[in-house]
Design a protein around this ligand. Structure first.
Ligand code: BGC
Length: 277
């Protein structure tokens, strides 16, 4: 926004002059405000909506969609297989290709399958060790030329699913086992239940991730899921538990009334919440 910078500089120049008046300040404020409006208009193509590209990086697929400011989808979701090996450069190439098919957007939200702090990915059990300490927000922002915010994928999924009341726990069943915790709508970031011991010396992810489902079959997986829900309820005493992720379609067990299955698209829809300051 070079014009705004110029106006702000002009203002400080005026302020330093003894002869400046309140009227001068008011005129400068008006100019700043009109330049800001002009900037916002150019951000929105004039339709009143800032367009957010939301990206869900998964162990098997990468999905994208564009949302309006209220978080409603403006485009069809598109998906590509996660490249193998899923190293940062290869994944960023796929995101760039998918983004090119989504039309105009002004900012980007990313759900990443690992711990994320300040845009930097800290773990990536189901991707590649090259992600450890990788500045995804900066690298992707430089590639796409747009501001980028990144959070854990289960956190994003939860942001797209919760009601914002009481204690709400979210788990995601896909390649890995994701988890997110909210208290009165406020996120406790990077809850990693997936790698905690669950039963028989194995973690939640080892017992309920896709590899376990493929190996043990749907019946065994459902019976483990029932035990996991009981275990999580005793631990968190949540008001609601939401279950998301691609493998929710394999759930056959009767769920308790405070447990809800949420559509997988929540993993994209939640992306809008990363821009609520
Ligand atoms: C990761 C989590 C992620 C989950 C689902 C786990 O292996 O550690 O951060 O949310 O997979 O992708």
């Amino acid at each position: 926004m070079p014009k705004r910078v110029l106006i702000v500089l002009n203002k400080s120049y005026c302020s330093s002059r003894e002869a400046h008046t309140a009227a001068t300040d008011a005129a400068v404020e008006n100019s700043i405000s009109s330049i800001e409006q002009e900037y916002k208009y150019s951000m929105t193509q004039g339709d009143g909506s800032i367009r957010t590209l939301t990206v869900d990086i998964g162990g098997s697929g990468i999905k994208v969609m564009v949302l309006d400011e209220a978080g409603n989808s403006l485009t069809e979701r598109s998906r590509k297989e996660t490249p193998q090996p899923p190293k940062p450069d290869a994944v960023i190439d796929v995101i760039t290709q998918l983004a090119a098919g989504q039309g105009e957007f002004h900012r980007v939200s990313v759900g990443f399958p690992g711990v994320v702090r300040g845009g930097i990915t800290a773990t990536a059990v189901n991707l590649d060790p090259d992600w450890i300490g990788f500045d995804l927000a900066t690298v992707l922002s430089n590639r796409l030329g747009k501001p980028v915010r990144v959070a854990n994928d289960a956190d994003v999924q939860g942001l797209g699913a919760i009601a914002g009341k009481g204690v709400e726990l979210v788990i995601t069943l896909g390649t890995g086992f994701g988890s997110a915790l909210f208290v009165e709508g406020k996120l406790v970031p990077n809850l990693e239940m997936g790698h905690h011991e669950f039963r028989k010396g194995e973690t939640y992810e080892e017992q309920l991730g896709r590899a376990a489902l493929d190996k043990g079959g749907q019946k065994k997986w459902n019976s483990r899921l029932e035990k996991a829900i009981a275990s999580l309820e005793h631990l968190f005493n949540y008001d609601y538990l939401y279950i998301g992720g691609g493998e929710t379609k394999k759930i056959t067990l009767q769920l308790p009334p405070n447990v809800k299955i949420v559509p997988n698209v929540s993993g994209l829809l939640g992306g809008i919440a990363l821009w609520r300051d």
